[in-house]
Design a protein around this ligand. Sequence first.
Ligand code: SAM
Length: 284
Amino acid sequence: MYVDTDIRSICPQRQTSQDLTPLLDSQGRPSILASPMVEEPFSQFASYYDRFMVKYVDYKSWVEYFERIFKRFGLHPKTILDLACGTGIPTMLLARRGHEIIALDRSPEMLQILDSKKQGLPIKTIRADIRDFSLPSQVDAAVCLYDSLNYLLVEEDLVCCFSCVRRALVEGGLFAFDMNTVYGLAEFWGTRTTMREAGGVQSVWQNSYDAESRVSTLHLTFWEIPKVGPPGTKFEEIHQERAYYPEEVERCLRQAGFREVYIYQHGGFIAPGPCTTRMMVVAK
Ligand SMILES: C[S@@+](CC[C@H](N)C(=O)[O-])C[C@H]1O[C@@H](n2cnc3c(N)ncnc32)[C@H](O)[C@@H]1O
C-alpha cells in the first residue's frame, strides 16, 4: 500500500539529519506521532482506506491496464478472482465493466466495506487467506492489485498462493498481478516519511527498509481532524512488504505450475528497468 503519486515528504531521504531535527523526537520518530494505539494492518485504516486511495491512486487506469492485458492475451474473461480485494475499489470497477467477480481477502474490516457498497453488482466476497484457499468453481482470470503480494514475506508463501490461484483457474486462464520492485521498496520508499490528508483524516507514512531481508516496514499513523473540536484518537498500523526480484517471482510461479510468465514495467508492455518501482506479472 505504498502510494506513489502526489506525496508531500516531511523527511525525504535527501535531507540531512540537521534538517529533520525540529520534526523528530528522541527516538527519531516524527514528534507529532506520540503514543498512537497500535492495531492490526487494515483493521482501523479500513474505514478511511477509500478516502485516501480514491484521492491518491488512479484505479481506473489500473483496471484499464488489466483489460489491455486480457486483450493482448486473447482472453475475454467472464469470471474473475480479485485476490486480496480489500475494500473492492478495483473489484467494483471490474464488475461495472461486465465481469462476474469473486473477491477474496482475509481482513473482515476491508470486506465489510466492500459488502456495504456492492449493491446488486455480481460480486461474491470470500474471507480467506490468499496462501490457503479454494473456490467453489473455477474462474477465467485472477487479478491482484496494489502490492498485495508483497505482503507475503517468504517465497514459500508466494508458492502456496500461486498454487491456490493455479487450481482456481480454468485451463488457459490467466493470472495478472502487480508488485513493488526491489528498487521501489529499497530506493524509492527507502526511509521516506510522508504526510497525507484525505477527507478529514491526517496521516503520516514512515518507511524503513532492511536490505538483508528485503522487507520494508511502514508505520502508518492516522487520526481524524474534525472541523471543530480536538483531533481524534491516533492509531498506528505496521505494514510489512517484501521485495522480490522478477526471477524469484517467475521461479515461484513455475513451481506452482504456471508454464508462461511475462513481466512488465507497470502500465505497459516493456521489460522492467533498473529504476522501475512497480512491475506487472502475467502468468498462464
Ligand atoms: C494494499 S491492500 C490492496 C487492496 C485492493 N487490492 C486494492 O487494490 O485496493 C492489500 C490487501 O491485501 C490483503 N492481504 C494481505 N495479506 C493477505 C493474506 N495473507 N490473505 C488475504 N488477504 C491479504 C489485506 O487485507 C488488504 O486488503
